[in-house]
Design a protein around this ligand. Structure first.
Ligand SMILES: [Zn+2]
Ligand SMILES: [Zn+2]
Length: 195
């Protein structure tokens, strides 16, 4: 006896909008009611508008970033580097005068950034320094030198003082440097908190 082909009864579906289950009239029906259909349509429109606004914001930020001169990115990278140096040397006293003080701490380059821009991101050449040494004594180099050699060793000192390739960082490299040093600072802080 041949079986008659009966259409399968439709299975209940979960409404795309509310937690309700419903029996769809056809395979295209995804919501339980006209009310849910309107709400779902509104949600889709809202999501689209949000995505569009986000894209516009990103494009605007990109245009703004493109308009910034290289010096802007150099400054950001230097800030991140200096912050890392101060964090790395948090427990140390001033590299130049050997004092611990309650005032401001700076990251002091042994070779100044102006005289030796190639070593501006050299970790051997920059150490925590008290504000008076950094600002009022121009780095207090006579105090800095012996302490620096004691800290990093003669070999590293000679490398620092030796010739360096002229370096022009691109915006991308500077952004990478900034991200790299922000990350290193975060890691150091995390390690200290865990200790
Ligand atoms: Zn529903
Ligand atoms: Zn000092």
């Amino acid at each position: 006896m041949a079986k008659g082909i009966k259409p399968k009864p439709p299975k209940p579906k979960k409404c795309k909008c509310c937690p309700e289950k419903f029996i769809p009239r056809n395979s295209l029906q995804t919501v339980c009611s006209p009310k849910c259909a309107i709400q779902l349509a509104n949600q889709i429109t809202e999501r689209k508008q949000k995505r569009q606004a986000k894209e516009e914001r990103a494009a605007w930020n990109q245009r703004k970033a493109d308009a910034k001169p290289l010096s802007h990115w150099t400054k950001l990278a230097q800030q991140a580097f200096n912050e890392f140096i101060r964090t790395r040397d948090a427990d140390d006293c001033c590299i130049s005068c050997g004092r611990m003080h309650q005032g401001q701490w700076h990251a002091g380059h042994f070779r100044t950034v102006k005289a030796s821009p190639e070593t501006r991101f050299d970790e051997d050449g920059c150490h925590k320094q008290c504000m008076p040494c950094n600002h009022h004594l121009s780095g207090n180099i006579p105090g800095y030198k012996p302490n620096l050699i004691a800290k990093i060793g003669r070999e590293a000192f000679d490398r620092l003082m030796g010739p360096h390739e002229q370096k022009k960082w691109t915006r991308e490299e500077l952004q990478e440097l900034a991200a790299h040093y922000r990350q290193k600072t975060r890691e150091l802080n995390k390690q200290r908190e865990a200790a």
